[in-house]
Ligand binder design. Structure first.
Ligand code: GLY
Length: 352
């Protein structure tokens, strides 16, 4: 896989496509990225100037079989062959679904990912997970298939709401915690609220390289790739609870709260330094605010955690924990009483 970090994504794509022998390229976009990203890209990238654009409605609810069928049908009508190439321009919904459409069309055609949100740049676009939601479950149908190239640029982020940036940044904090104390410190010291997008690119690069390093060791998530689930057991439960309440929260916000819970449990079980737990809780409260929960929400949160698809043993709740930044423990089963105690401490630290 060709991984490119650039301030000039159109130039990089042009070079890539020229080197690939100018294949029959098609672009996949959604209703948001079509005018904001695809039009400027086609203007600045001669190799894509005449590329047809397949468009789907934006939003994770549209990452479904109907949209996938539409992409397959469009590729067929455009005369796509085994040598065609799909350029996915968008957030995680587009890179996940476009990757899957490409992986399955004629048993697989090449695809490039051009992530246009921070969340997709540091997570969805890299690592080979492709797929769609199905039967009410997220990412239920899919395949592991690597993009041939991923072109990552922070230049797309200038017009995005601050909330989107902060959401992606939570995944970067997760990667930094998996990586090292120095990288974690660098991220906490960077001001994402007043983000300098040029200065953000090297941080994004390091973050993606952390993910790439983990995925290369375990592409099919049989073991160490579960390190990337740090913050996600409690995080997914917060996200689902917010959805049930009819007040959805951005994925990264839920991950940020989940990271605090995971570090509290890491302190309880593995002696992760308590000063660092306090520091992260203060940071998360300041940047992401809090989601109000009381002890009446614990049964629902525990039930959501126990149904998480990351759990290998039915009923057991599985966490990725750390004994220090960079020191990972996967597959830690934590019992309900300890999780409730951690949620009590979480509410104390976050002032709820
Ligand atoms: N988002 C975590 C992973 O790709 O494994």
């Amino acid at each position: 896989m060709n991984l490119i970090f650039t301030h000039h994504p159109a130039d990089s794509l042009n070079t890539l496509l020229k080197e690939a022998g100018r294949p029959h390229a098609m672009i996949l976009a959604d209703s948001h990225t079509l005018s904001a990203c695809v039009e400027p890209l086609r203007e600045a990238c001669p190799a894509l100037a005449d590329a047809p654009v397949i468009t789907v409605e934006a939003g994770d609810v549209n990452k479904n079989l109907d949209s996938l069928r539409h992409i397959w049908e469009q590729m067929q009508q455009l005369g796509a062959t085994r040598r065609s190439l799909l350029v996915n321009v968008g957030g995680g919904m587009i890179t996940d679904m476009g990757g899957f459409a490409a992986a399955t069309f004629k048993r697989g055609i090449r695809f490039y990912n051009v992530p246009t949100t921070l969340l997709s740049a540091v997570d969805a676009a890299v690592g080979g997970k492709t797929g769609i939601n199905f039967g009410g479950l997220k990412n239920e149908i899919g395949a592991f298939c690597d993009a041939d190239a991923v072109v990552i640029s922070t230049s797309w982020l200038a017009t995005l709401p601050a909330e989107e940036l902060k959401s992606g940044y939570a995944e970067m904090i997760k990667h930094a915690l998996i990586d090292s104390p120095a990288e974690y410190r660098r991220l906490l010291d960077f001001d994402i609220a007043a983000a300098d997008l040029t200065g953000l690119l090297p941080l994004v690069e390091r973050s993606v390289m952390v993910k790439k390093g983990v995925v290369e060791q375990d592409p099919r998530e049989q073991g160490i790739r579960r390190a990337l689930n740090l913050g996600h057991t409690a995080g997914h439960a917060f996200e689902s609870l917010a959805m049930r309440r009819g007040r959805p929260v951005p994925h990264g916000y839920a991950v940020a709260w989940g990271l605090v819970v995971d570090l509290i449990i890491s302190h309880m079980k593995l002696g992760f330094p308590s000063a660092a737990v306090h520091e992260l809780a203060a940071y998360v409260g300041r940047v992401y605010g809090v989601m109000p929960i009381t002890c009446d929400d614990y049964p629902a949160l525990l039930e959501l955690m126990s149904h998480d698809k990351k759990n290998a043993t039915p009923g057991a709740i599985n966490f990725t924990l750390l004994d220090a930044p960079g020191k990972i423990h996967i597959d830690c089963i934590v019992d309900a009483r300890d999780i409730e105690a951690a949620l009590d401490i979480f509410r104390d630290l976050m002032g709820i």
